[in-house]
Design a protein around this ligand. Structure first.
Ligand SMILES: [Zn+2]
Length: 426
């Protein structure tokens, strides 16, 4: 651990900079960085990183650079605005261990606006909470990474190792943003991602598959509906089968380390549905989009087969579907889960920083959601620590992040950085 007097100075500087950090986070939340429009938020971060004297790299993800990597997920949208930003700090003497501080700038759609108390991209503070889409997931984390570095510098020191400050896109749909950083050559001795984990360290997570199922029916006027076949009713059967698969997979949790005690590790979510053209016509088509969790250790191929088998089983018993099977298209995440093996130096270092700041031991948790940390753990053999503030309603409405928790996380990140990288005077 960094010596006592310096640690106290760093913590004091985090506190001194915190009002500015909150203002910065609010500014970042104002950018509606949903998929396809991440570039303006990335420009804002690019300038903020550059102001700190970091050496900047800003690029648009090129599918050709990553599509042959085993961690690649298929893409069906334009990447014109899928911009990654990395700022590099180099020390005078490289004596410490290098570090990637990572966060994702993309946010998910807001849903019906009238369900928000105040508009999602007009951040507001009430008590300890900062509200807004992306406040928790995870713009507070990106700001914490940057302001932790600021705090070190104001305390008169800087990391004595290479530090990469990363802001990536595509975390909410493919994981291709973090993957593009790896294939571009960014590697360090450890990775820290400040996702909103409620001050816990993520021990394991699930992989994720995205796919779209399309059913074609036989259209007919409703007066002779018996000659038709409804694609929407057929979709119901297929969705039921996927729910059955979810139950089956959750019943297997005892076979998966770190998932045994989780309430519901696997969710197969039908997140979008559309179908039919006319109330008085038997619908000729129905399409629905699915996100399925998969246990770490399950390959993408195995998971795909299991999904397709579950759908096929419905078709075999159905007179219409057996002749008109649905199509399945993988249109996003085809990402495997990971486990962070206990005992790494990086984890010990984070635990020590957390203990110092919070005066309680660092706990770990299993996360039943996709995380970019899988890129480092699975494809770069590098410990990736996912640890960040308390937040609520992420992906819902009135998303919010706790400011007091964000401050504690920033202190922890700053002390972790100082300890892991070592320090030299500015
Ligand atoms: Zn996130």
């Amino acid at each position: 651990m960094v010596e006592q007097e310096l640690a106290a100075r760093i913590v004091a500087e985090v506190d001194r900079g915190f009002d500015a950090q909150v203002a910065f986070t609010r500014d970042l939340v104002r950018y509606p960085s949903q998929r396809g429009q991440e570039h303006t938020a990335q420009d804002f971060l690019h300038d903020a990183f550059a102001e700190r004297g970091l050496k900047m790299d800003r690029w648009t993800i090129d599918v050709a650079d990553i599509e042959n990597h085993p961690g690649f997920s298929p893409v069906n949208v334009s990447y014109d605005n899928a911009v990654n930003v990395v700022g590099t700090h180099r020390p005078r003497d490289e004596t410490g261990r290098s570090l990637i501080l990572n966060g994702h700038v993309d946010v998910v759609p807001v849903g019906p606006m009238d369900m928000w108390t105040t508009p999602p991209y007009e951040p507001r503070i009430e008590g300890d909470w900062l509200y807004g889409r992306g406040s928790g997931d995870m713009k507070a984390g990106i700001a914490a990474n940057l302001y932790a570095l600021d705090a070190l510098k104001r305390a008169g020191v800087q990391p004595a190792a290479t530090l990469y400050m990363q802001s990536v896109t595509e975390e909410e749909c493919t994981g291709n943003g973090a993957l593009a950083c790896l294939t571009r050559g960014y590697h360090a001795d450890a990775v820290l991602i400040t996702e909103p984990t409620h001050d816990c360290l993520v021990r394991a997570n699930v992989g994720v598959l995205w796919f779209q199922v399309e059913v074609r029916g036989r259209p007919a006027h409703v007066y002779e509906s018996t000659v038709g076949s409804s694609a929407i009713i057929a979709a119901y059967s297929l969705i039921n089968a996927l729910q059955g698969l979810e139950t089956e997979m959750n019943a297997e949790k005892g076979d998966h380390r770190y998932f045994e005690d989780h309430g519901k590790p696997i969710t197969i979510n039908v997140g979008k549905i559309a179908g039919g053209d006319w109330a008085s016509s038997v619908p000729a088509w129905c399409r629905f989009d699915v996100r399925a969790g998969i246990y770490p250790g399950t390959s993408v191929e195995e998971a795909k087969q299991r999904v397709e088998q579950a759908l096929r089983a419905v078709c075999i018993d159905d007179p219409f579907l057996s002749n008109h099977p649905p199509s399945v298209t993988y249109n996003g995440f085809t990402a495997e889960g990971y486990t962070l093996e206990p005992g790494s130096d990086a984890e010990a270092c984070l635990a020590a920083a957390h203990q110092k700041v919070r005066d309680v031991a660092l706990t770990d948790a299993t996360m039943p959601a996709y995380l970019d940390a899988r890129v480092a753990v699975l494809y770069d053999d590098t410990p990736a620590l996912v640890y960040g503030p308390v937040s609520e309603h992420i992906h819902g409405f009135d998303e919010r992040v706790s400011l007091s928790s964000t401050r504690e996380v920033t202190r922890t990140v700053a002390l972790f950085m100082a300890d892991w990288c070592g320090v030299e005077t500015v």
